[in-house]
Design a protein around this ligand. Structure first.
Ligand code: CMC
Length: 447
């Protein structure tokens, strides 16, 4: 529904008469004795409906204060549903467990972006269009070469995905559906290539071009690991595991990076620049960088015997148990459950990651500890994913890069939903100003 149709229906009343059947909220302003009746829709009130609550006519009006968006819905969305208390995650209504067991990543990307599972021919067209766009412009190799030998691959990814906007100048026509679609093919297609090239640069190996005889995940593994053999043989267990990991990371509603994608996208910049912003958000240790932190933490703990002492330091506030806790999940993260099972299949091929035993014991102890129980801190997606990635041969610096590949479908879906939403405008929060009042400039010599 257009914004105008829904504009403030706030009615100020001297005496409110709420009834139990009314879908409204009555606010009593004790400063003025006035009452306001505010409509409730989808269990929310519109923050703008509060603006008419004033003491004096020339007041700005009431705002909500919500640092870190703890209780603010910034959009309406039909993409991903999470029930954090019950540990439920669904893409477009489909449970993550079913998609991870029966689906594949490109099919899931189609679902997330288009809203429905593809038919066979839709899937073939979709796959063809994405795989057709896996090649990157030759000049991008030159930027890659310019990075220092020990440059973080996530830093390289953030920069090169942003740089794609300079190659595809049509991308700024964000209002044209066909142009948007082309950029979506390009983004989903090129992210693995940028990621693999960043990795090959960091280890000083020649870049491997995409091989479209392979699956999305298989092609990525080929670009990473191919050496001098004529045809690299992709291990089907690892290929499937990586594909499942991409599915698990595909979207997670309004997380930090999706919010960055939407916020930057709301300025109507091209999607490559917005994806660079989203990737930068993902780079942080509290978001996509957390699984690397888990491995550093497991290294620091060193052995099962040291776990109780480590837990004690966490409880004393001297650090966090990385891979635990979530803003939304107050129960076991369903993705962590799937990854834990997947780990066994991967370790059969790669050999068991010796850190697994420490992780399992750490989880067992934490889940019995009152500190974690009381705060509803459970393992999140990152607790076990790093162990799999490491067993597959990825250096920890590549972990957020792998996350970014899977998450690209979610970012572009969130971006397109934002652009299609008539209620959305440029994202621009308010502030509570607590600084100085006006004061006169003092010449430097007199300060
Ligand atoms: N270890 C120890 N204590 C924790 C942890 C943790 N991992 N997470 C939260 N707490 C405590 C926190 O100190 C606070 O305690 P108190 O009430 O005594 O002050 C309480 O639990 C509530 O935590 P919060 O910081 O208010 O929770 P949040 O919603 O702001 O933070 C989080 C969520 C994921 C940033 C946080 O749990 C965390 O830093 N976890 C470790 C990093 C991590 O694993 N991140 C990956 C998240 S999943 C992937 C993704 O979505 O990117």
């Amino acid at each position: 529904m257009a914004h105008d149709q829904k504009k403030s229906v706030l009615t100020e009343q001297q005496v409110a008469q709420p009834t139990s059947s009314k879908n409204t909220l009555t606010i009593n302003d004790n400063r003025t004795g006035k009452q306001y009746e505010i409509p409730i829709e989808n269990d929310t009130i519109r923050a703008m409906d509060l603006r008419q609550i004033k003491v004096k006519d020339d007041d700005f009006g009431m705002m909500t204060y919500d640092p870190a968006f703890m209780n603010t819905a910034s959009c309406k969305s039909k993409i991903t549903f999470i029930d954090g208390d019950k540990g439920i995650l669904r893409y477009r209504g489909y449970p993550i467990e079913q998609l991870a067991e029966k689906g594949n990543y490109l099919e899931t990307a189609y679902l997330i972006i288009n809203g429905e599972l593809p038919t066979k021919s839709q899937f073939e067209d979709w796959t063809d269009n994405i795989m057709k766009h896996t090649l990157i412009h030759e000049n991008i190799k030159k930027f890659m070469d310019g990075f220092h030998y020990d440059a973080h691959p996530m830093g390289m990814l953030v920069s090169t995905v942003g740089a794609l906007s300079t190659f595809y100048t049509d991308a700024k026509n964000i209002k044209d559906p066909a142009t948007r679609r082309l950029q979506i093919y390009r983004l989903v297609g090129k992210m693995p290539t940028l990621a693999a090239f960043a990795f090959r640069h960091s280890v000083g190996r020649p870049y491997v071009y995409p091989d479209n005889d392979l699956s999305y995940a298989g092609n990525f593994l080929n670009m990473l690991w191919k050496m001098t053999e004529v045809k690299y043989k992709v291990n089907p267990v690892l290929e499937r595991a990586l594909d499942v990991l991409f599915i698990l990371h595909a979207d997670h509603e309004q997380n930090c990076s999706a919010n960055a994608m939407r916020s930057v996208g709301s300025s109507h910049v091209d999607p490559y620049s917005a994806t660079a912003a989203a990737s930068a958000a993902l780079y942080g240790p509290l978001h996509g960088g957390a699984n690397a932190e888990v491995l550093y933490m497991l290294d620091e703990i060193g052995s099962k015997a040291n776990i109780p002492a480590f837990i004690k330091t966490v409880k004393e506030g001297k650090g966090k148990l990385m891979g635990f806790g979530h803003r939304i999940y107050k129960n076991y993260d369903p993705r962590a459950k799937i990854i834990k099972q997947l780990a066994d299949e991967v370790f059969e091929v790669t050999g068991r990651n010796p850190k697994l035993d420490i992780a399992l014991e750490l989880e067992r102890i934490a889940l019995e500890d009152e500190y974690f129980v009381k705060r509803k801190l459970y393992p999140n997606v990152d607790f076990y994913s790093g162990l799999i990635y490491q067993a597959m041969g990825f250096p920890v610096e590549m972990f957020p890069v792998l996350f970014a590949i899977g998450r690209t479908s979610g970012w572009v879906a969130q971006w397109e939903e934002l652009l299609m939403d008539a209620e959305q405008k440029i994202a621009r929060p308010r502030q509570v100003y607590l600084g100085h009042g006006t004061r006169d400039y003092i010449m430097m010599g007199k300060r």
